[in-house]
Design a protein around this ligand. Sequence first.
Ligand code: RBF
Length: 149
Amino acid sequence: MVAGASKLKILIVTADYYEDFGERLEKGARERFLEAGVEGERILLRRVPGCWELPLAVSRLIRRHAPDAVAALGVLIRGETDHYDHIARECCAGLMRVSLKQDVHVALGVLTCGNRAQAEERCGVRDPERNKGREAANAILRILHADSD
Ligand code: RBF
C-alpha cells in the first residue's frame, strides 16, 4: 500500500492489435496500481485497435476523464513492410506531444519488437515480473511520488 495512492485516477489505454499481448500488458499495469492501493474503480481501462490509434484516443480520454496519469500500452512487431517504422515513430511522438500539450504524464508502454519471442519476453509470458505494463505503472507511481517496487 502506498500513501496517497487510493485517490489517484489512472487511465490505461491499450492497443489490442495483438490481443494476447495487449491483455498481458493491461493486466500487468492494473495489478501494479491495485497493489499500490489505487481503488479499482479509479483505474479506467480503454482499448483501441492498434498503436496508431493511441495518441488521439489518449488525448480525448484525458479531456473527458482528467486522470492524474495515463499508461499507453501496445505491441508493435516488425513485419515485412515499413509500416512498423511509421507507426512506431508517430505513435511515440504523438504520445509525447499529447503529454506535453495536456500536461499529464503519459507513460510509454509501447513495445517495439523484432519478433513474437521478444514480445513474449516483454509482456511477462515467462516471468510475470518482466512485464512492460507493470513497468509503465511503476514509472507513473514514481512520477506521482507514490511508490515503486
Ligand atoms: N498495430 C499495432 O498495434 N501493432 C502492430 O504491429 C501493427 N502492425 C501493423 C502493420 C500493418 C501493415 C498495418 C497496416 C497496420 C498495423 N497495425 C499495428 C495497426 C495500426 O496500428 C492501426 O490500427 C491501423 O493501421 C488502422 O488505423
